[in-house]
Design a protein around this ligand. Sequence first.
Ligand code: GDP
Ligand code: IMO
Ligand code: MG
Length: 461
Amino acid sequence: MILPERAAHGRNSEPTCFLLIKSYVPLTAILRFNLFLNTRMKKVDVVLGLQWGDEGKGKVVDVLTPAYQVIARFQGGPNAGHSLHFEGKKYVLHTIPSGIFREGSINIIGNGVVIDPVILSEEIAKLEKDGVDVQGKLLISKKAHLILPTHRIIDAASEASKGKTKIGSTLKGIGPTYMDKTGRNGLRVGDIVSGEFEERYGRLKEKHIELLKQYDFPYDICDYEKEWLAGIENLKRFRFIDSEHVVNSLLQEGKAILAEGAQGSMLDIDFGTYPFVTSSNTLCAGVCTGLGVAPSRIGNVYGIFKAYCTRVGSGPFPTELFDEDGEKMRQIGQEFGATTGRPRRCGWLDMVALKYSVMMNGVTELIMMKADVLNDFDTLKVAVAYNVNGKETSEFPYEASEKIVPVYKEFKGWNCDINKLRRYDEFPAELKNYIEFIEQETGVPVKIVSVGPDREETIVR
Ligand code: GDP
Ligand code: IMO
Ligand code: MG
């Protein structure tokens, strides 16, 4: 393979591999050399949820952070609620990366995230009250979009107008903000210090007020707007960065970076259970666009799932339980939204959806959460296929409607308390069997098993 000369490119600017090609070095040697270069260059590892959110991403990021210097959020916004438990305390983070508690960590809110200055300021104030040096550890992308008070109102008005078909949004203004981003109307963090901020804010607000006339929805933005403007002022003391340059420079310097997903793969705007989804790409691909990282710079993909399933808000949930088993999961697992407090819908593990998510994300390692919630079940069920209109399939279908009847495989429960266990070889045979079945089905190893909310209640295999 000999590439033609390109007059426009000076020889000095050509990549090494082109120079090697011109010297007629065998192709296999070139490939080996490029592989060597690639493996020396650091990559971004990714933690993301494989179900409908709330898998335990906050806990896992917190557990993994000692191995990373940089933690970066790449999508979503304050619709997320990531819980962390340590030293007898519980924290819930909405916009700030879950690495913020670790000494010396750099925490980046990437360009793909949408920010509500009120919620972010409240989050910062709580952490600062507890002695966390947020200002020293948090960097915010100039390209991250701002959630305006009117975005929240449009979200609420739009949901109210949908009646029974509502999405069950967290009503944080996520959808309308991403709409303005793709509609090329949005306001970004970098605009805060542009000198024209107030004018641009006023113009977008007016546009929203016009839009709201089509809804019969009473609202008053005065109080929230005051807090919002104060929040904007507060953000000015943080470092606004060109995050794509910073992230890539940190990679060049050999820093270990962990990207923290929000929501879950089944809520992805393209591949989730549309329209009952969020408005961003929650999948691994979102790391590339939400941080400015090239696909070849993605390293390990840690896919997190609960040993069962939950979903909050509306939309298809094939393995949902409406009986006492579902209620038992909710009570033992404390399945109530970390952002809205809403009860989460609960059901059996769905292998069809899990395999779909593993495929879409290129998951390299699985992390199973909340195994302890199933301690007290005699029999466990896992959906291994769906029956749709009399036809069995193991592929997640275009329309995941109520027509789906899950085909279950039963497992004997472990029926004992696993919270105190700290080694895999101490696990009961039934739990090992459950985990090994998941590994077999997905073809991906389960590297971490979580047996309780605390940092300590984590078994790394
Ligand atoms: P995230 O949004 O993915 O970070 O998850 P959430 O924080 O919204 O929800 C997970 C909930 O489960 C939180 O309350 C965690 O403290 C809790 N949790 C995490 N891992 C475990 C576990 O292994 N066992 C139990 N019982 N609770 C867990
Ligand atoms: P974390 O990061 C669970 C759900 C909402 C709703 C749909 C759209 O904590 O896992 P939106 O507010 O984006 O307009 O809501 O998505 N949803 C979540 N469910 N965990 C989350 O985040 C979620 N973020 C949004 O309930 O059904
Ligand atoms: Mg959550």
